[in-house]
Design a protein around this ligand. Structure first.
Ligand code: AMP
Length: 503
């Protein structure tokens, strides 16, 4: 028996005094010191009574200790459940209850509100603040730096990452040890990461991109990081001359392009800029190359599947495409209605199969069955096309998902709240283009007969129960929503009608 992730990502670094990460405020941590913190945390979690396969729900600011908590979970055989730091108590309650978490780890400021929710299911609460302090760290500091990793089967769960559901219910994607390790191995190979690399890590670590793509790759390759709590333009500009690689969402690149300090000299040590999580505009790709001489490498993945495709490392990186299937990953395009494979060059549903693909949704066997074909292909919900040369492009999102600043926003969740507001008959929430964030959220309303509403007050009320990134930027009232012959609201017409609303 072994523990794949521990054996490959963590064990080689034990006792090593090579640099693992530095932060903009001057902290430097060696690989060995990072492992020590993780092992102390693992001992503290064990002493608190956590057992292998228990879920630990974690809503904490990004810090080296927060990443060490992931490493502690890996070696303890605990299922790591990271949560967006923007989630409100209302939203967190669902995740804690649905996952049956045995422990909640949060910022000290959330402890009082989350304790009764945790107590309801006999879960414990520990804290970890933005500076890495809190009751978890206090308990860990008392512990030994030696921890014997717990054996795990390759298909045992390592993490549970929630994706929002179109029906308003979030689904927990079950990711196994093998899902995560196989993808990290493929990406290290494809993108040629070695221990000589220094990666700018400015992505959140509650999401697949920053947690698995960026962190697992770095641990597997043994490279070092500039680890930033969030995207900060000045910190990125400072880090670029000393870095070899960066992973970002498209917003990183548009913001860098807006800064006159970005030029070829600044990035002369860089070998690779990677983008994903949302579509990178071809225009951004081209402007970035003109300014820096670097072609951004765009890749495509999702919470449920890890990474699926990548533009080539050596070879033509084509703007507006997400490249080819990764080694070991099968991709096909099917007719969304008949489910039959379509010939190359036709738009259809992207389906994917491979060691990277999750095993199903937590406690949702029917939903899992709906989203997998009988032959094991996962239905991504993304519409795409494969061109003559084999390059894949994503042309739309079947489920009307909105992506703002790299975060997924499912309209249904906001519509359900808008529909409850006094005077509102029905609503449709859409994303309209936004130069910086990719998309902005807009709510289109129809009103009950002769109702008069205060739209500003409504925006405020709606905002109180939603994470900030989901807040609609504006509400507009129309006489009626456009519908097709089957009665479905035609959001494409609304998107077209309101595309310049915020200009
Ligand atoms: P998430 O589960 O948050 O990682 O979101 C996954 C979704 O993001 C995918 O299903 C796609 O719709 C979208 N996505 C990820 N990468 C890209 C990309 N390079 N281009 C376009 N959409 C992307």
């Amino acid at each position: 028996m072994s523990n794949l992730l521990f054996d490959r990502l963590l064990a080689p670094h034990q006792g090593q005094d090579t640099l693992f990460m530095k932060t903009p405020d001057g902290l430097a941590l060696t690989h060995g010191a990072f492992l020590d913190i993780a092992s102390q945390m693992a001992n503290a979690l064990k002493e608190a009574g956590l057992k292998p396969s228990d879920r630990v729900a974690v809503q904490v600011a990004k810090s080296p200790q927060a990443l060490a908590l992931y490493a502690a979970s890996v070696q303890s055989g605990i299922v790591f459940l990271p949560l967006n730091t923007a989630y409100t108590v209302n939203e967190l309650t669902y995740f804690i209850q649905d996952s049956g978490a045995a422990m909640v780890i949060c910022d000290p400021s959330m402890e009082a509100e989350l304790s009764p929710i945790a107590a309801h299911q006999n879960a414990q609460v520990m804290t970890l603040d933005a500076k890495g302090g809190g009751s978890l760290t206090n308990a860990a500091q008392e512990q030994s730096t030696l921890f014997t990793p717990i054996s795990r089967a390759d298909d045992d769960l390592a993490a549970l990452l929630y994706t929002s559901g179109t029906t308003g219910r979030s689904k927990g994607a079950m990711l196994s040890q093998h899902n995560l390790l196989s993808n990290a191995e493929t990406l290290v190979e494809t993108w040629q990461f070695t221990k000589k690399d220094h990666l700018i890590h400015a992505l959140p670590i509650f999401h697949t991109h920053g947690l698995f793509v960026a962190s697992n790759i770095s641990l597997l390759a043994g490279c070092s990081l500039t680890f930033m709590a969030k995207f900060d333009l000045d910190h990125i500009i400072d880090a670029l001359p000393h870095a070899t690689s960066m992973m970002g969402v498209p917003t990183f690149y548009t913001r860098l392009l807006d800064d006159p300090r970005l030029n070829a000299d600044l990035v002369q040590n860089m070998r690779l800029f990677i983008s994903g999580s949302a579509p990178l505009l071809a225009e951004t790709h081209i402007q970035f190359e003109q300014r820096t001489g670097h072609k951004i490498l765009e890749r495509y993945g999702m919470t449920e599947t890890n990474m699926n495709t990548s533009n080539p490392y050596d070879g033509d990186r084509r703007a507006g495409t997400v490249g080819f299937p990764l080694d070991g990953v099968d991709i096909r395009i099917t007719d969304p209605d008949t489910h039959q494979p379509l010939p190359q060059g036709e738009i259809g549903m992207i389906e994917v199969k491979g060691p990277n693909v999750f095993s199903g949704y937590w406690n949702m066997p029917e939903k899992t069955q709906e989203e997998f074909r009988d032959d094991g292909f996962f239905i991504t919900g993304d519409l795409g096309i494969i061109d003559q040369d084999g390059y894949i492009s994503i042309v739309g999102r079947n489920k009307d998902l909105i992506i703002a600043g790299g975060f997924n926003i499912y309209p249904k969740e906001i519509e359900l709240i808008l529909d409850q507001q006094s005077g509102v008959l029905e609503s449709a929430v859409i994303g309209i283009p936004h130069a910086d964030f990719g998309e902005s959220v807009i709510g289109v309303l129809t009103l009950e007969n002769s109702a008069s509403v205060d739209l500003d007050a409504m925006l405020k009320t709606v905002g109180e129960s939603l994470a900030r990134f989901k807040h609609p930027r504006q509400l507009v009232v129309v006489d009626e929503l456009p519908r097709n012959s089957m009665g479905k609201v035609q959001k494409n017409i609304l998107r077209d009608q309101f595309k310049s609303l915020l200009d």
